[in-house]
Design a protein around this ligand. Structure first.
Ligand SMILES: Nc1ncnc2c1ncn2[C@@H]1O[C@H](COP(=O)(O)OP(=O)(O)OP(=O)(O)O)[C@@H](O)[C@H]1O
Length: 478
């Protein structure tokens, strides 16, 4: 029989002896081996003498900041995962620590349950065998090997070897190792959700759930119950307790797509949930502790949304600790052949047809398309082609995708307009009038179609003095 693995070794750094003892006892009870230090210098001495699995450090130490320890550990490419304890309400410290490479942070006064769970996450290494006393999360599967070099099935699903895509994949593999919130930015259809999924699959949370939520698709009145859950009877028609997305994503990743569309009141509630790591279901007097990693995505310029006061600055700051930008397809044309091949294989598998081949000429023509709707437009195009083709050769129909967003400057004015504002107003007017006509002048439906809120469309209608038949009488109340 092989000898049982050694319990993980943890270094606790805090200058307050009482707190140090409390942390030490808590960790010893979990079966870890623990060492302690009261200052930066002492901590560094311990680190020079041996390797630890995790380091838990206070932010303020008598001879410097816990951040310095972090930077030194990262600078020397040591493998210890660092957890930083920051003062309550100090968002700056928490974000700074995560940006400096901390695995996670804890706010003081430290909740011991949370403390145990964060430490358990930190010491979970790829396929580490259990030591004599199994600690937490025993049912978790080991994460798929990601490999910093871009290997691993999770990253392979992100097709493309262009320099831009390689950069995205390297970043995914790197950020997957911590708990830091990630904001994925990119145009519609570029693969933001796929990137979020890859972060989850490469992380130590891969055995937990990945819950994807489209923030723009949930009616405002249901947001709170959908996010945080609801107790039976808390609203009309709620006949039983319901879990929210936060509870469903426990020990996993919560992917908040189209985060820029979250209404302001919900933004405050989300911020609180992230800060406190607790959520209160509707109609409940108690809060649920939730250990989730947040990955969000947007096609909007969130910094501009903050300036326009449509997005909370503090929430932006919290979500945007690490940013990954997924480039549009037009900036990585080299990926087209590999993408076509992978998409065609997937489409053929789904429709149980042989994989059709794409002629060089077809590929060339595809490469000439604007593909403003990015990979999703390419996928739609190939879907149509497979559905319509009769032989083994694929014939692509290059009608523009009706769902694709307009390409900048196309079919725009050939010349530079003499009055840009007037020209833009005219374009906006025509689009609004068309959307309103198509929806029978239902402003809510028109707004939804244009990705606007009702308030935004009302503002634009008023600014451009667009009148509708029957006008105000036709307005919908929502
Ligand atoms: N690099 C890629 N390799 C393989 N498939 C991809 C890639 N990028 C995107 N796709 C596919 O394209 C489609 C759109 O991707 P995804 O939903 O991730 O985009 P998105 O940026 O999240 O879009 P939206 O902003 O509209 O939500 C999906 O079917 C996805 O699997």
């Amino acid at each position: 029989m092989s000898a049982p693995a050694q319990p993980p070794q943890i270094l606790v750094v805090d200058d307050e002896p009482d707190l140090r003892t409390l942390y030490e006892l808590t960790l010893l009870r979990e079966g870890y081996r623990v060492d302690a230090a009261g200052s930066l210098a002492e901590a560094w001495q311990r680190l020079e003498a041996q390797r630890f699995d995790a380091v838990i450090t206070d932010m303020r130490l008598p001879d410097g900041l816990g951040l310095e320890l972090l930077q030194r550990v990262a600078g020397q490419q040591r493998s210890e995962r660092c957890i930083v304890m920051t003062a309550y309400g100090s968002a700056e410290n928490a974000v700074e620590a995560l940006k400096a490479g901390a695995f996670d942070y804890l706010t003081k006064p430290v909740d011991l349950k949370q403390f145990r769970s964060v430490v358990a996450s930190a010491i979970q290494r790829d396929a580490t065998p259990p030591w004599p006393r199994a600690v937490g999360g025993a049912q978790r599967q080991p994460p798929p090997a990601a490999g910093a070099t871009g290997g691993g099935p999770a990253l392979q699903r992100l097709v493309g070897e262009s320099a831009a895509m390689r950069q995205v994949k390297e970043r995914v593999a790197k950020v997957a190792r911590s708990m830091a919130p990630v904001l994925v930015r990119g145009e519609s259809g570029t693969g933001k959700e796929l990137v979020a999924r890859a972060i989850h699959d490469c992380s130590h949370r891969a055995g937990g759930p990945f819950i994807a939520v489209n923030c723009s698709a949930i009616p405002e009145s249901l947001l709170e119950a959908e996010f945080f859950g609801a107790r039976k009877g808390s609203y009309t028609g709620s006949h039983q307790d319901r879990e929210g997305y936060f509870q469903a994503a426990r020990d996993g990743t919560l992917f908040l797509d189209e985060i820029g569309d979250l209404p302001l009141p919900m933004q405050s509630k989300l911020l609180r949930a992230i800060q406190e790591r607790r959520v209160r279901p509707l109609g409940s007097t108690q809060e649920d502790a939730v250990d989730v990693r947040i990955v969000s995505a947007t096609h909007k310029d969130l910094a501009a949304e903050v300036r326009a006061e449509r997005f909370r600055q503090d929430l932006f700051y919290r979500l945007n600790v690490i940013e990954i930008v997924v480039p549009p397809l037009r900036e990585r044309r080299d990926d087209l052949p590999a993408l076509c091949e992978a998409l065609l294989a997937r489409i053929a598998q789904e429709s149980q047809l042989p994989v059709p081949s794409l002629s060089a000429e077809c590929l060339q023509r595809l490469a000439e398309q604007p593909l403003a709707g990015n990979v999703r437009e390419l996928e739609n195009l190939l879907h149509r082609a497979v559905a319509l083709s009769d032989g083994e050769q694929l014939h692509v129909d290059f009608e523009p995708d009706p769902d694709a967003p307009p390409q900048a400057g196309e079919p725009g004015p050939p010349a530079v307009p003499a009055d840009l504002q007037a020209w833009l107003d005219q374009q906006e007017r025509e689009i609004l009038v068309k959307a309103l006509q198509d929806s029978g002048f239902n402003r809510t439906a028109a707004a939804q179609r244009l990705g606007l809120s009702l308030r935004q469309i009302r503002y634009r209608i008023a600014r451009l003095a667009i009148t509708a038949p029957g006008d105000e009488a036709n307005d919908d109340p929502t």
